[in-house]
Every structure is written in structure tokens, then in C-alpha cells.
Ligand binder design. Structure first.
Ligand code: 26Y
Length: 882
């Protein structure tokens, strides 16, 4: 086929239809008749790939020429999901592809299902990174993501015998048309070894090889980059050294290198103190920094200018070794002094915190660090000692002030005690020799026991320890740990939380010491999500309705325009159409539920959705208990009462970390409740409880548009932000939630009266935890529901024994996440939901208000704030290049 298309001003290439045909024949080797879904997907994807490469090459060449400051987003996770639909639509080729696919009797939506999710992330943090890449490109910001090309992503979740099972996720199985291998871009990364004359001689080396994933911006010529590193054994490249004698050693090296990028750690809240994890972190950080410096030096001589050209945003502490590695590269590889290197590093690095859960805050044993990265450990020690020196004055002044305050108090007490002793002696003297001797003995004992005036030096030393990056393990005495969050704060010029409340909590609870020293360093950047993937593309029906109402699709680029939808909430005809769309999406979800679980669910009931990683703090368990209660109430109703009940389909989804014992039991409990309830003929369509396996990005794209109510019910103060809450709100799902994370800001934007808010507040938690001794005043509904679990109504009572104990037994969990405290108000909120659902007009009105009110949560807004307030990078419009 010779059809040519030069519309982008790029090299002549085949038109869409011809290019699909070409790829089908030559790349995929299939003819039209056996163009089965996966093959058709592959050829369509390759044809899009070629267009992406054009945009990519031009953008990157343009950026190189203009040499603007770049943002480098360092992240151990990028939860990309599928690429096809996003790429086609961001390139504005939706119409052309739809037309071309008619020839195969296919549509883009169906073809897109041939793609496997790129699940190189656990959950919120990884998906946030993916949304940020989309927004950076869409805002024409010069930026790259840097991460790891895991060969196995987040495990696939299956269900077997009522339990979660984990299956490997070999996502590269059908090839990956979205990446470009760069064998010409390789860097050595060393591990282990020793310091010889102060110089690090690694004991092991691997090669990092780049793969580029083009990131098309929305309807802009800008195409950003996600550079992922693969690990290779040096011998694979050094063919000369690869002689027969070294063969087995080479194979061994290859095996070790393969191990580094083999698999994503599937644990998103308990720290994995595994050496391999640290190896992964250092591997991608070192390669990324070397790469950045190498490109910088192509155009500049003096590394002192690096902060004007590069900013490294560390996505949580996972890349924090960057602080030490940048220091090492500047000092050991490029000959800078320690002080100059430190000045550069602390102008280049910024840190985002995503969690306040103590068990997720990374702390590496000094022993492990010193073995794997001896030079880095040495640098960290130096960084720490300089840091402590720099604040000794501050800490001393603080101790002095405290001493002065307590001295007066103490003196008063001491005077009073001395007075008393004197009186005692006088009284004893009057009683005779023996009494006097006894009294003298007592007095001297008391004086000896009396608080010594505090030694200032000791106090300063003690206090300094609380600021130290290197601290003793509080559980294993004698073991020293490097607190990576502290290292991140000291090494960064900006530190931010991910929602307003979270950014306050990190200041008061996690880093109060550091706030004293650098108050200006701490910021908030409330999370956001890309409206392309999470509204325009996953919900084209709702998007069409929005576009029709607003008379423009500009809202996809400028989410503030959604506010103009508000008046339509008052329009009954519009509401009816809004409901029709929801109905359509519910139908699609019902079909998926049938496919995946075999359960037939009606599309009439309220669709109540609770999807996210399974965690005790996220309290899926509390929802499960509430459903047991709901089931019990329905069972006890008369047929007349049942006829008036509000039916629900409750859908859970989410993965439990493979080693997270309680989370797996929570999954099992939900499955068991479903098994009982869904097969109870008395209940019928009044209640269905579904656990949809393998919740991932693609499932989310199907589930979220179908939701009518969504649950975000973490214990207040525990969920840093949440981002699915934003996606649900934008798709017109109402929210039941606690005053936690971004729920609060969603409430502020939507009007709290439109949310179902319940539960205790974050600042009450500590006190409530202390008081939680009395398990006898439980809500009777809660007790009865737990009783049903224990008595085996849902089967496997022994299996659930310790799950029940975790919230009822003082010695076995002690209800740390305060389910009991919130249960009654949670049930009140649930009742209010049922009540409102009876009024479909009011419900729909609110649903529209949600979509109209939450444009603030576009990641374009978030990224714009990062760019202006932290990164100091500016958009470089592609308008002056072809
Ligand atoms: C240390 C290691 C085991 C680890 C690995 C992954 C620790 C944490 C994580 C992931 C954390 C995460 O996903 N946090 C979530 O980040 C979202 C984006 O900011 C927030 O919306 C969400 O509240 C938070 O839990």
C-alpha cells in the first residue's frame, strides 16, 4: 500500500488502514482471516507505535536543542495499565482508527482488550506516577520518568477454594510494542566490594540498559519519556572476555543480573528489608543519575549548573539512595569537593512522602547498606555527622530553654523538700538519739535519691539522637538503621505530602524536628488523576454527555470547565440521560461479574463499590461486618418489609500482599459472605456480595464508571490521600467516607452535605486508642455480626478466629484501626444512603454535582503546582517545531 500521510509534517508514512495491514502481514505474520484479537491488537499497537516514535523523536530533539530544565520523576513503580486507547486518543487518532478497524469488523474498545496491563506498581503510588507522566506531557513540561523494567509485574490474583492465590504476571508475553530498546544506552552499576584508599571497588557489576516508553501528551505534539532499566550481566556484552573458561561464571552473572529486574515487590505497606529490594532501588537510581549527568555533560562543562537543568523528584523513600549516589558521582567520578557536591545535591533533589504508617517507612540496617554499598554508607555517615553538627547549636539552645523552664520549677520543689527534711530532723532530735540517727539516715538517702541537676551535655546528646539519620533499632537493640525518610528530608530542598491533612500530619507526627529547622521546606501537593484515562476514555458515554452539555470537549484539557455542569443537575431531562449512562455502565460491570465469578447480578440495585489494596487500615473488614448485619436484617424481614428494602450489589476488589496474613483472611471472609448470601434464595436480588478477582487498572476502568456509591472508609489519619476517591467522584459516584486524606478536600469541593461522612476525626485517634480497653459496650449489631462469623454461618469459623480476635481481643490486635468506634456512625451513614437512593432524582442530582465539583482533582492541576512551586520547570510548547 502506498497511501501516504504527511499531515503531522513528519516523515511520510502509511495511513492508518494501510499501516495496520502492513503490521499484520509483516510484523505479526497473520493474514486478514486469522486476525484474531491478540494479533489484531498487536498490529494496531505497532501501527500506533510508529506514530508515537515520530512524536517522541521530535520532542526529544527539540528539548535537546532548547535545553530547558527537566524534571526526572524517580519511581520504583509506574502502574501504567494498558496503553493503546490512551495513545490513540491522545494522538487524536480515535476517529481514524475506528474507521480503519471496520474492515476487520472490530472496534478499538474490543481490540484494546488484547493488551496485557503493564502492572509495574502496587497501587496508589504507582498509579499516581503514571497519571503524572500523562499530565507532564499534556502540559508540555520537559520531563522523564525513570524506573525499572520488571519482567513480572504485580501478581495476578486468582481465587481458589475461597482463598486468594497469587499467579505470576508475565506481562511481556505478547511482546511489548510500547517500548524502544536502547542497546546504545548502557551504564555500569556496581555492588558490594570494598573501599580501597577511600575509593570504592565494587565486587559485582551489572549493566543497566535503557528501554524508552513514549508518553504522548493529550492533543499536543509533546511526547515525553518513561525510561525503564533492565539489568544485564557484563559478560553478555564483553564478548571478548566471554571465553569458554568463563562460561559458567558468565551464566551465573547473568542469573544474578536477571534477578535484579525480575519482579516487583508486591508489598505496599510493610517494609521489605530484603537486600534484593535495596539492590533494585540502587540499580535504577544509579543508572538514572549517570544517564542524566552524561546527557548534561554533552551540553555543559560545569556540573555546578546541574540544578538549573535537572530536578529529581523522589516518589517516596524508595529512590532515596539517590542522595548518596549523586554525592558519590559528583565527588568520586567527577572530582567535586564534598561541599560543592552537597550544595548541588540539595538543590536537585525533592521528596514526596506517601505514607504515615510506621511499618511502611523504610529503614535499612547499616550492616546491609555497608555490605551492598560501602561507599554510600560512608557518605551517609558523613551527611549525618554534618547534619548533626549543623543543628547542635539549635538543639543546645532548645535544651537550655527547657532547662531554664524546668529549673525554676525544680528549685521550688527542692527547696520545699529541703525544708521538710529540716523539720523532720528537728522533730527527730526532740525524740532522742535513736530517732535522730534514723532521721539522718533517711535524709541522706533522700538527698542521694534527689534528682541531680540535669547534665546539659547528656541532654543535648540524647536529643540529637532523635534528629539522627542513623538510629538504633527500637526492637533489636544494638542494630543501627538508616532512616531513609530522614535522609530524604535532609537531602531535599522540598518535601511534600499528598493531601492537605496528610501534609499537616507529616509535619506534626513524622518530621516535627525537621520542621523546626527547615519550616519552608515542607509543602502540600494534593494528588490528582488524569481525566483522560479516568473519565474521557474509560467513560466515553458520560464524556459525550458532558461535552454535549458544555458545548466543548475542552474540559478534558481544562478540568475547571466541569464546574459549568452544575446547572444541568437541575434539569430533569439531563438527569434522565445521566442515569441512562450509569445504567449502561452497570450493565457492562454486571457482564464482567458474570464472566469472572459466575454470579448473575441484576442492574437494578444500587452498585456499591469498595476497591483498593486490601489493608486493615482501609477497613474492608468493617464493610464486610456491615454486610453481615444487612444480611441478617433482610433475613428477619417479612415479605412486605423486604419489598420496601433498597437492593444492593456490593462489589469488592483488591489484592492482599502475599505475606499479609490478615489481609488474606479479609478476602476470604468477603468471599465466604458472598457464597452464603448470593446463594440464599430468600435474599435474591436484595443483596449480592461480589469479590471481583484481580483488581487492576483495566478492571478499575470498567468498575469505576459503574459505581453509584464508593467506599473510602480508612481510619482517620491513615490514608495519605487516596486517588480512586477522585476517580469515582468524577464519574458521578457518591462517596461514603471518613474525614481522611483527600476525602476532606473532595468534601470541601462538593459540599460536605453531598457526601456520607462518618466516624471519628484524625486528632481523636490517639486518645481513642488509649481508651480502647472496654470491649463490652460494642454496638449490638456489630457483636451479633461477629458472632455469626464465629458460629460458622459463613463456614470456616476456625479460619476466621484470629480475624475476629484482631478486633475483639486486647492481646491480639486490640482493634488498632478502631472499627468498633466507627461502626455505629458507619451504619447511620449506610442508612442515609439507602434513604437517598429511594429518591432517584435527588440521587442523580448529586451525582452530577460530584462530576461538576471535582475538576480540582485533575493531575494537570497537581503537576502545574509541582512545576511552579517545587520544580521550577516551565512548559515548552511544541508550536515552533514541526
Ligand atoms: C516500603 C515498601 C514496602 C513500599 C512499597 C510501596 C511502601 C509503600 C508503597 C506504596 C505506597 C502507596 O501506594 N501509598 C499510597 O500513595 C497514594 C498516592 O499518593 C495515596 O493516595 C495513598 O493514600 C497511599 O496509601
Amino acid at each position: 500500500p502506498k497511501e501516504e500521510d504527511t499531515s503531522n509534517g513528519v516523515a511520510p508514512k502509511l495511513g492508518v488502514e494501510a499501516s495496520i495491514e502492513h503490521e499484520l502481514k509483516y510484523r505479526v505474520s497473520a493474514n486478514n482471516t486469522d486476525a484474531r484479537p491478540v494479533k489484531l491488537y498487536q498490529s494496531v499497537a505497532w501501527s500506533v507505535h510508529d506514530r508515537l516514535v515520530d512524536a517522541f523523536d521530535q520532542t526529544q530533539a527539540y528539548w535537546k536543542e532548547k535545553d530547558p530544565k527537566h524534571i526526572y520523576y524517580l519511581s520504583a513503580e509506574f502502574l501504567m495499565g494498558r496503553t493503546l486507547t490512551n495513545a490513540v486518543n491522545n494522538l487524536d487518532l480515535g476517529g481514524e482508527y475506528a474507521e480503519a478497524l471496520k474492515k476487520y469488523g472490530a472496534d478499538l474498545e474490543t481490540v484494546a482488550t488484547g493488551e496485557l496491563d503493564a502492572a509495574l506498581g502496587n497501587g496508589g503510588l504507582g498509579r499516581l506516577a503514571a497519571c503524572f507522566l500523562d499530565s507532564m506531557a499534556s502540559l508540555d513540561l520537559p520531563g522523564w520518568g525513570y524506573g525499572i523494567r520488571y519482567r513480572y509485574g504485580m501478581f495476578k490474583q486468582g481465587v481458589k477454594d475461597g482463598l486468594q492465590v497469587e499467579l505470576p504476571d508475565y506481562w511481556l508475553d505478547n511482546g511489548n510494542p510500547w517500548e524502544i530498546r536502547r542497546p546504545e544506552t548502557q551504564f555500569k552499576v556496581g555492588f558490594y566490594g570494598s573501599l580501597e584508599d577511600g575509593k570504592w571497588v565494587p565486587g559485582e557489576e551489572v549493566i543497566a540498559e535503557a528501554y524508552d516508553v513514549p508518553i504522548p501528551g493529550y492533543k499536543t505534539k509533546t511526547c515525553g519519556n518513561l525510561r525503564l532499566w533492565d539489568a544485564l550481566a557484563p559478560e553478555e556484552f564483553d564478548l571478548e572476555a566471554f571465553n569458554a573458561g568463563d562460561y559458567s561464571k558468565a551464566v551465573e552473572q547473568k542469573r544474578r543480573a536477571d534477578g535484579i529486574t525480575a519482579v516487583l515487590y508486591p508489598n505496599d505497606a510493610t517494609e521489605e528489608g530484603k537486600e534484593l529490594r535495596l539492590k533494585q532501588q540502587f540499580f535504577f537510581v544509579s543508572a538514572s543519575l549517570q544517564d542524566t549527568i552524561a546527557r548534561y555533560l554533552e551540553q555543559h562543562k560545569d556540573l555546578a549548573g546541574l540544578p538549573d537543568k535537572a530536578c529529581f523528584q523522589m516518589n517516596d523513600t524508595h529512590p532515596t539512595i539517590a542522595v548518596a549516589e549523586l554525592m558519590r558521582l559528583l565527588i568520586d567520578e567527577h572530582g567535586l569537593s564534598y561541599d560543592d557536591a552537597w550544595a548541588i545535591t540539595t538543590k536537585c533533589v525533592a521528596y514526596t512522602n506517601h505514607t504515615v504508617m510506621p511499618e511502611a517507612l523504610e529503614k535499612w540496617p547499616v550492616r546491609v547498606l555497608a555490605k551492598l554499598l560501602p561507599r554510600h554508607m560512608q557518605l551517609i555517615e558523613q551527611i549525618n555527622s554534618n547534619w548533626l553538627d549543623s543543628i547542635t547549636g539549635h538543639v543546645t539552645a532548645k535544651v537550655e530553654a527547657e532547662l531554664a523552664a524546668s529549673d525554676a520549677e525544680k528549685q521550688k520543689k527542692a527547696d520545699a523538700a529541703a525544708e521538710e527534711r529540716k523539720a523532720a530532723l528537728v522533730a527527730a532530735e526532740a525524740k532522742g538519739e535513736e530517732a535522730l540517727a534514723a532521721a539522718k539516715k533517711m535524709v541522706s538517702e533522700e538527698e542521694a535519691a534527689e534528682e541531680k541537676p540535669a547534665d546539659k551535655a547528656t541532654l543535648v546528646e540524647e536529643k540529637l539522637k532523635t534528629y539522627s539519620i542513623i538510629q538504633e533499632n527500637q526492637w533489636t537493640k544494638g542494630e543501627m538503621l538508616v532512616n531513609m525518610a530522614y535522609l530524604a528530608v535532609v537531602g531535599s530542598f522540598a518535601v511534600n505530602g499528598v493531601a492537605a491533612i496528610h501534609s499537616e500530619i507529616i509535619k506534626t507526627d513524622i518530621f516535627p524536628h525537621f520542621v523546626e529547622i527547615f519550616p519552608e521546606r515542607f509543602q502540600n501537593k494534593t494528588n490528582g488523576v488524569t481525566l483522560r484515562r479516568w473519565l474521557a476514555y474509560c467513560n466515553p458515554e458520560l464524556s459525550a454527555l458532558i461535552t454535549e452539555a458544555l458545548g466543548t470537549d475542552e474540559w478534558v484539557r481544562d478540568a475547571t470547565l466541569l464546574a459549568k455542569l452544575k446547572p444541568f443537575a437541575e434539569d430533569a431531562a439531563f438527569r434522565a440521560r445521566w442515569r441512562e449512562v450509569k445504567q449502561q455502565k452497570k450493565k457492562a460491570l454486571a457482564e464482567r461479574i458474570r464472566e469472572q465469578t459466575g454470579y448473575q447480578v441484576s442492574t437494578e440495585p444500587m452498585y456499591d463499590i469498595h476497591v483498593k489494596r486490601i489493608h486493615e487500615y482501609k477497613r474492608q473488614y468493617m464493610n464486610a461486618i456491615s454486610l453481615i448485619h444487612r444480611y441478617k436484617v433482610l433475613k428477619e424481614m417479612t415479605p412486605e418489609q423486604r419489598a420496601k428494602a433498597v437492593p444492593r450489589v456490593v462489589v469488592f476488589g483488591g489484592k492482599a500482599a502475599s505475606a499479609y496474613y490478615m489481609a488474606k483472611k479479609i478476602v476470604a471472609l468477603i468471599l465466604s459472605i458472598g457464597e452464603t448470601v448470593n446463594n440464599d434464595p430468600e435474599i435474591g436480588d436484595l443483596l449480592k456480595v461480589v469479590f471481583l478477582p484481580n483488581y487492576n487498572v483495566s478492571e478499575a476502568e470498567l468498575i469505576i464508571p459503574a459505581a453509584e456509591i464508593s467506599q473510602h472508609i480508612s481510619t482517620a489519619g491513615t490514608e495519605a490521600s487516596g486517588t480512586s476517591n477522585m476517580k469515582f467522584a468524577l464519574n458521578g459516584a457518591l462517596i461514603i467516607g471518613t474525614l481522611d486524606g483527600a476525602n476532606i478536600e473532595i468534601g470541601e469541593n462538593t459540599g460536605f452535605e453531598n457526601l456520607f461522612i462518618f466516624g471519628v476525626k484524625a486528632d481523636e485517634i490517639n486518645k481513642l486508642r488509649e481508651d480502647r480497653k472496654n470491649f463490652s459496650d460494642y454496638d449490638p449489631r456489630y457483636t451479633a455480626a461477629l458472632q455469626m462469623v464465629s458460629s460458622g454461618v459463613f463456614g470456616r469459623p476456625e479460619y476466621f478466629e484470629d480475624l475476629v480476635a484482631s478486633i475483639t481481643d486486647m492481646n491480639r490486635g486490640n482493634d488498632w484501626f478502631l472499627l468498633a468506634n466507627d461502626f455505629a456512625s458507619y451504619m447511620d451513614a449506610q442508612d442515609a444512603i439507602d434513604e437517598l437512593y429511594r429518591d432517584q432524582e435527588e440521587w442523580t442530582r448529586r451525582s452530577i454535582i460530584y462530576t461538576a465539583s471535582n475538576g480540582f482533582f485533575s493531575s494537570d492541576r497537581t503537576i502545574d503546582q509541582y512545576a511552579r512551586e517545587i520544580w521550577n520547570v516551565w512548559r515548552l510548547e511544541g508550536s515552533d517545531y514541526q
